[in-house]
Write a protein that binds this ligand. Structure first.
Ligand code: S3P
Length: 171
């Protein structure tokens, strides 16, 4: 573990369904740090669900809120932080993550993402149209940017425990 210096937060990035929350919880336990889910913190701060924020105020208001919450969480004592899938796409947030944290991209293939997101309706970006096509489009748009993370770990149909071990080895 050369990249973990005990002082920096580990931020998990990747698409919806990549396993950021599942793996993040396990990783935090292994590292003896708190686990923080950025989406949960946004919901708490706004007093509305993610879907409600999107419907009532729109995606750009959600991104504003996400940027503020991420900045606050990155100032807090070292944790394992599961970012929302879009957080690393925001120039400002990405710069903050790159300066203050160790970023880990959980890279997953399309089938894995589809299988882990079907039937879960809390993600507004996947609630209109064909979720598979949407995820494919997001992969094309986002994977070149996620590739700027410090560490890349491939995750497929393997268990969250296996992926957690892979992250620990890669750190
Ligand atoms: C989003 C991902 C979601 C949530 C919001 C937008 C995205 O988080 O922040 O629905 O743009 O990829 P998860 O990746 O935790 O599902």
């Amino acid at each position: 573990t050369q990249r973990i210096d005990g002082a920096r937060t580990v931020v998990l990035v990747g698409l919806m369904g990549a396993g950021k929350s599942c793996v993040g919880r396990r990783l935090a336990a292994r590292l003896g740090r708190p686990f923080v889910d950025a989406d949960d913190q946004i919901v708490k701060a706004a007093g509305l669900s993610i879907a409600e924020i999107f419907t009532v105020y729109g995606e750009s208001a959600f991104r504003d809120c996400e940027r503020k919450v991420m900045a606050r969480l990155l100032e807090a004592p070292p944790s394992v932080l599961a970012a929302g899938g879009g957080a690393f796409m925001d120039t400002e947030t990405r710069a903050l993550i790159q300066r203050q944290a160790v970023s880990v991209w959980l890279r997953a293939d399309l089938d894995t993402l589809v299988s882990r997101t079907v039937g879960r309706t809390h993600r507004p970006l996947l609630n209109t149209g064909d979720p598979r096509a949407k995820l494919q489009a997001l992969m094309t748009e986002r994977y070149p940017v996620y590739a700027e993370a410090d560490v890349v770990v491939d995750t497929g149909p393997d268990s969250a425990d296996q992926t957690t071990h892979a992250v620990l080895r890669a750190l």
